[in-house]
Every structure is written in C-alpha cells, then in structure tokens.
Design a protein around this ligand. Structure first.
Ligand code: TXA
Ligand code: MG
Length: 333
C-alpha cells in the first residue's frame, strides 16, 4: 500500500473514532479494538461488540510520554524506568489513575493500565487521533486473540459490514501474545500477566534490590481482573499435553480423533504463531477436538515459555501430563 493510501486510511480511522465508533488497530502484540477515551459511546461499543463483562478494565494506549500526565495520578520511579526501557513496546504499566479517566475504562478501579505500542500504524493512529485510545484485544470475550486483520474480520463479520468497526491493515503481529501487564508501586512491581518482557528483563532494567519484583498469585487477589481461568479458547475443546519428548511420542501413538496444533520449539516463534495455529486447527472438524503437545524437555527461554504456558492453561479444556508447566514458574533462564 502506498504512503498516501496509508495516510488516507488513518484519516478515515480518526474520523470514525471521533464519531464514537471503533477501529481495529494493529499492534505488535495482537490487534486491538480501539475507541477514544473521550468517547463514552465508543467505550460502551467496545464492551458491547466484544460481549465483555464490565468488570474487565481496558488498557489505554498512548504515543508519547506526555500523555501519561493526563492519565496517571502517580508515576513511580519503577514505572519511569520500565517505560524508558521498554516503550514503545509490549508492556502495560498499571498505576493510580487520575479522576478524569472514565470509570467504564477502568471498571471502577483506582488504577489504569497504560501502554505505548511500537507498531508504526498504531503509533500513527494515536498521534493523529491526538487522544489516548482504550483498546482490548479485538476478539469476542474469552476467545482467541487476533494477530492478523483477517482474524478480526472473521471475528466480527456483521459489525464490520454494518460500519461499526473500521479495520486498519497492519500485517501479522510479530510478538503474537498480549503485552506483559505489571502493576508498579514505589517499592514493588507485580507481574499481573506474563508476556514477552519477562521477570528477568524487568529485574535487569530496575537493577535495584530494594524494589520487590513478584509474579501475581494464581488464585489470590493480585490477579488482573480480566485474566480469567478460561480464555483464548478455540470453538472445539483443546487438550494440552505437557510432557517430555518420550511421553509425547507415547501419547501420540494412543490418541486418535484429534486435530493436532503444531508449535515450533523456539519460544519467540511459538508465541508469534500460537493464536494463528489454534485458529487454523479449529477450522478442521474433529471428533475429540484439538490437541497440542508441549515438549517441556527443552527449556531454553523458560521465562518466555511461562507466558505461553499461561495462555495454554487458560485455552485448554483438558490439561494432561506434567502439570501445566508450573514447575518452570520461578526460573528465569
Ligand atoms: O497486548 C495487549 O495488551 C493488547 C493490545 C491490543 O494492546 N491488549 C490486550 O487487552 O490484551 P485485553 O483487554 O485483552 O487485556 C487487558 C488485560 C486484562 O487482563 C485486564 O484485566 C488487565 O489488562 N488490566 C487492564 N487495566 C488494568 C488495571 N487497572 N488493573 C489490573 N489489570 C488491568
Ligand atoms: Mg484479550
């Protein structure tokens, strides 16, 4: 597409945002369904289109650090350091919010999640819109996140036809799983949702033993409200088998009636392809649903596999084999 055509599309998208409609925005993690934070109608449309429960807060996207001042009532040093190191990029920073941030966006919480994406089309849209954009992943609540515009089109055929959603083309999302979400306080950082920016990356960036860096407790109150037990789910039931190469070979021999979801052994590539592979396998009608073999014998990049395992645990209807990769939880190499 020519530069002029791209600029024209962004102009159109900005017009849609101004009139309270939503725009499917490519980002480096997954595609988002965006609305202006100044448009209550646009925000309400996001919840309606996604069938998203009102308790699940939206991430606010920005293109410049100046916009943090409009949103955050406190910006701890830890947030400043992480933003400097990882923005623009796949990191969402949760901090106390300013009163003017609409409660619908934050689901009534006193905090707001902020992210500066690095995808050039997302940045251009944010810059031209001139206001921060609230955007969850562009999928029906609980389903698989989209990593191409084609996925968005197949998720929302009717609203796109009836001009409720304008889709910006941005190619394939190169990270492939959602941003790491961290809550930043003066003396602690809590990882609410693991992602490609890992606990080890954060520890190195902060370089201060006084700041406690912790993973959110699975069952505890520190979870992210929208990071529910069942999420990222294909239409057909998914079975995930965590095991060694030998255990997987053995199980494969006995299993039948499944469509297999293939994942490459390299973690960053596996993350990039995960959602597209699940969607593709889900196209084949099966007797027993989908099966994904997760080989835990090769644990290079254990921290990144933790983020992938987190998605797999939630996407799976049945979890088999070595329990869910939990034994890798605290490793950072
Ligand atoms: O990579 C991403 O983060 C993508 C792209 C579009 O930016 N967005 C995304 O949004 O994944 P969504 O809505 O699917 O997931 C946002 C997560 C939810 O689990 C939500 O509960 C959490 O972030 N979250 C948002 N604001 C929060 C807050 N104030 N406190 C705690 N968790 C928050
Ligand atoms: Mg989502």
């Amino acid at each position: 597409m020519s530069e002029t055509a791209k600029a024209q599309e962004i102009e159109t998208a900005v017009e849609w945002l101004k009139s309270g409609r939503t725009v499917a925005m490519p980002t480096e993690t997954v595609y988002g369904l965006a609305a202006s934070i100044e448009s209550p109608a646009g925000i309400a449309n996001i919840f309606k289109l996604k069938q998203r429960p009102s308790f699940d807060p939206l991430i606010v996207h920005i293109h410049s650090l100046d916009q943090v001042k409009e949103l955050a009532s406190h910006w701890p040093d830890s947030a400043r350091i992480l933003a400097q190191k990882f923005w623009p990029g796949p990191l969402t920073i949760v901090v106390p919010k300013k009163p003017n941030v609409n409660n619908m966006i934050t689901s009534g919480l006193e905090t707001v999640g902020i992210r500066m994406p690095r995808h050039p089309i997302a940045l251009a849209l944010l810059k031209n819109a001139g206001v921060p954009l609230a955007a969850p992943s562009a999928n029906i609540f609980g389903k698989i996140s989209p990593t191409t515009s084609h996925h968005v089109r197949s998720e929302f055929p009717e609203p796109i036809k009836s001009n409720e959603i304008y889709v910006l083309e941005g190619g394939e999302s190169d990270v492939g799983i959602e941003s790491t979400v961290v809550r930043c306080e003066d003396d602690a950082i809590t990882i609410l949702r693991p992602g490609i920016i890992t606990a080890k990356d954060i520890t190195i960036a902060i370089a201060n033993p006084q700041v406690k860096i912790q993973l959110a407790n699975e069952s505890g109150k520190h979870q992210s409200p929208g990071h529910t037990e069942h999420h990222y789910m294909p239409r057909q039931p998914l079975t995930v088998f965590w095991g060694t190469t030998e255990e997987i070979l053995h199980h494969r021999k006995t299993a039948s009636g499944f469509q297999e979801v293939q994942l490459p052994p390299e973690a960053a590539l596996a993350a990039r392809l995960l959602y597209a592979s699940l969607r593709e396998a889900d196209q084949t009608k099966t007797d027993n649903g989908l099966i994904l073999y997760r080989d835990v014998s090769k644990q290079i990049d254990a921290d990144l596999w933790l983020a992938i395992d987190d998605r797999l645990k939630r996407a799976a209807r049945h979890r088999l084999g070595q329990k869910t990769g939990q034994n890798t939880d605290q490793k950072t190499d």
